[in-house]
Design a binder for this molecule. Structure first.
Ligand SMILES: NC(=O)c1ccc[n+]([C@@H]2O[C@H](COP(=O)([O-])OP(=O)(O)OC[C@H]3O[C@@H](n4cnc5c(N)ncnc54)[C@H](O)[C@@H]3O)[C@@H](O)[C@H]2O)c1
Length: 247
């Protein structure tokens, strides 16, 4: 079993929600963590706060949809901490709109961040992992990568792609000791998913989860730690969904 002590990890979308909970979980396990996020204000604030407790945590601004920026992120991480053991490709966005009204720009933006961003993160992380003899690539999928959702087509498409990217890369790099997995959350209280933002739709969403509540970011972070530490898991999409997909 791999332990996260002294491992170096990049966590994209690390300034908020699931990413931030995972940053904290990794730091608690002794990892050195790069918070990689597009939101500089949140990212810097989180970095300052965490630095009061943890030594090895830095914020680096990145737009994961831009390949050059992701390459630079990985290079800067290696410059700062000497290597890269884990990347958690977690930054993601959605768009809710009837599909016949979607613009090409709205569609492409979701694909660029959720799908291309996972490719770029994996590509440059794997280049470093090949040099050091192994590592772990983990990406955030969703239950909506496996079932459809009206008015969320680009999001569901991008998350289905994450599942397939995961399986293909797992097969491609297994013999080089690089494991590739995804975590697929049900609806998790964070960012745009909360009672205030969802209003009248909140209770209906809760009812879709047999456990009778939405998940917490820490419950996804726990699964990401498991995927990072368990040396015999690769090519899997781990559902942490309160039973959503069992219905
Ligand atoms: N919350 C849920 O219910 C839920 C369910 C399933 C999957 N997910 C997935 O979990 C991941 C995290 O979502 P969350 O709920 O924590 O949301 P969140 O909005 O709280 O956090 C997302 C973070 O990603 C950052 N980000 C957005 N675009 C970026 C970009 N182009 N480059 C770099 N950073 C960018 C944001 O600034 C933000 O800090 C996403 O991939 C999302 O699709 C969320």
């Amino acid at each position: 079993m791999t332990t996260l002590q002294d491992k170096v990890a990049i966590i994209t979308g690390g300034a908020s929600g699931i990413g931030l909970a995972t940053v904290k979980a990794f730091l608690d396990k002794g990892a050195k963590v790069v918070i990689a996020d597009y939101n500089e204000e949140h990212g810097k604030a989180v970095e300052q706060e965490l630095k009061q407790t943890y030594k090895d945590v830095v914020f680096i601004k990145v737009n994961v949809a831009e390949e050059q920026q992701v390459e630079d992120l990985v290079a800067q991480t290696v410059k700062t901490f000497g290597k890269l053991d884990v990347i958690f490709n977690n930054a993601g966005v959605g768009v809710q709109k009837p599909s016949h009204e979607l613009t090409a720009e709205e569609y492409k933006r979701v694909i660029a961040i959720n799908q291309d961003g996972v490719f770029f993160g994996a590509k440059y992380a794997i280049r470093e992992m090949l040099k050091t003899g192994g590592g772990s690539v983990i990406s955030t999928s969703s239950i909506l990568g496996s079932v459809g959702e009206p008015t969320s087509m680009p999001y569901a498409a991008s998350k289905g792609a994450v599942n397939q990217i995961t399986k293909s890369l797992a097969l491609e790099y297994a013999d080089r000791n690089i494991r590739v997995n995804a975590v697929a959350p049900g609806f998790i209280e964070s960012g745009m998913v909360n009672k205030e933002a969802l209003g009248e739709f909140y209770d209906g969403l809760v009812a879709k989860h047999p456990l009778g509540r939405l998940g917490q970011p820490e419950e996804i972070a726990h699964a990401v730690v498991f995927l990072a530490e368990n040396d015999f898991v690769t090519g899997t999409t781990l559902f942490v969904d309160g039973g959503y997909l069992s219905k």
